[in-house]
Design a binder for this molecule. Structure first.
Ligand code: SF4
Ligand code: SF4
Length: 67
């Protein structure tokens, strides 16, 4: 079986680039790219879910990904 972990994933097509998720992530795993959308660095993300709860547009969710 492939080992997995939980990662935050942003629906970039509907992200409004407000930056709320960036501020709440204590591991600096999220950046706003090109001023347009948030992007999660999967190597840094530990799947804590803080950004998911913070996103006012509800466009981040946790997903099982390969380690
Ligand atoms: S799930 Fe946690 S570690 Fe991952 S990007 Fe969101 S706040 Fe950061
Ligand atoms: S909090 Fe949500 S809408 Fe705001 S930048 Fe992050 S993913 Fe995009």
């Amino acid at each position: 079986m492939v080992p997995t972990k939980r990662n935050a994933v942003v629906d970039q097509a509907v992200c409004v680039a407000c930056g709320c998720c960036v501020k709440v992530c204590s591991l600096s795993a999220i950046q706003i790219l090109h001023g347009l959308y948030a992007n999660v660095d999967s190597a840094r993300c530990v799947g804590c879910g803080k950004c998911v709860r913070e996103c006012p547009a509800s466009v981040i969710h946790l997903k099982e990904v390969a380690r």
